[in-house]
Design a protein around this ligand. Structure first.
Ligand SMILES: [Zn+2]
Length: 322
């Protein structure tokens, strides 16, 4: 992971590969018999250019505090795999967005560290996930989408060249229209997410396979959803996709993980993006309105093609890889 400045391309694409054959030096506090409250382990900077590796205040580009040269030992506390992509590198078939948080709270891009090579989940084996890798407490009145049920990013398939890219945009948990967990007269969308996609992009069903309950213009009361699709995934679990510019499925149709349900748009009065939410035990009116039930938290998303993934906390403006 080297990185001098975000705009300078690396000339050492194999730096990571070279680093991974060298056993990481694990000089932990525990190894020398001391208390280790932060569970931090020491790794070295490798492959950086003459400017060195940027130590940053956040896992985002252009927050540089200082640069440190190759060979510098840094105390890594934990990793995230949803920081900014610094320099266009791809690993395990997806952009490299792994960042290391240091014991002092600062961040470095992981590519230029000799931490263990990241797996398909975007984390180095043995390095703790920041925040313990756990989800925050469930909002009162909401429910968790069953971990056994398949979720997917709406743009990961052959239809999207298996790009697997989602850019959370505009609003997220509890913001804007995403406010209600279990209001009896509401479309409960507390855990809805807006994914930045382009007008006309083919959209898959975020909930995966199921049966289409409704496909068309949202009825009175839900006009801001524009053209939308409601899918029944069984067991009382439904998904809702809004703002489509075109719909390619119809009521009663069985769909699979690979069915393109429509095209991304901004119907309902928004800039083009894909809004999706998950609900449990809701009701559908004859006109196609979804009412009641509980907003479901879309955890444990997987990718088609990528094979593995995690749904961690999505914060506003963050790039997300599932
Ligand atoms: Zn939305």
């Amino acid at each position: 992971m080297k990185r001098s400045s975000p705009t300078v391309r690396s000339s050492r694409p194999l730096a990571r590969a070279a680093a991974r054959v060298v056993p990481a030096v694990l000089l932990t506090a525990a190894a020398v018999g001391l208390a280790s409250p932060a569970r931090a382990a020491t790794y070295q900077v490798t492959g950086a250019d003459s400017q060195g590796l940027a130590v940053q205040s956040e896992p985002h580009v252009n927050h540089v505090l200082r640069y440190v040269p190759n060979g510098t030992s840094l105390n890594v506390s934990c990793q995230i795999n949803n920081g900014d992509q610094v320099d266009g590198k791809v690993y395990n078939g997806r952009p490299f967005t792994t960042w290391d948080q240091l014991a002092d709270g600062t961040w470095v891009y992981d590519w230029y560290m000799n931490t263990p090579t990241v797996g398909a989940d975007g984390y180095s084996p043995g390095v703790p996930h920041c925040g313990g890798g756990s989800l925050p407490p469930l909002a009162a009145g909401c429910v968790d989408w069953p971990s056994a049920k398949y979720l997917q990013t709406p743009l990961t398939s052959a239809a999207n060249n298996r790009a697997g890219y989602a850019w959370q945009n505009g609003s997220h948990y509890g913001e804007g229209y995403h406010v209600s967990c279990n209001g009896p007269t509401r479309m409960n969308q507390y855990y809805a997410i807006d994914l930045g996609m382009n007008q006309g992009d083919p959209a898959l069903s975020p909930g995966g396979a199921g049966t289409v309950l409704y496909a068309g213009w949202a009825p009175s009361g839900w006009e801001t959803c524009g053209q939308y699709v409601v899918v029944d995934h069984g067991g009382g679990w439904w998904s809702v996709v809004c703002h489509l510019s075109a719909i390619h499925v119809s009521k009663g149709q069985r769909i699979t993980n690979d069915t393109v349900i429509g095209a991304v748009g901004g119907t309902g009065g928004f800039a083009p993006h894909l809004h999706f939410s998950l609900v449990y035990n809701a009701s559908l009116t004859a006109a196609g309105g979804v009412y009641g039930g509980q907003s479901a938290r879309p955890r444990h998303l997987l990718h088609l093609g990528g094979g593995q993934g995690y749904y961690d906390t999505i914060t506003k403006g963050q790039q997300v890889w599932y």
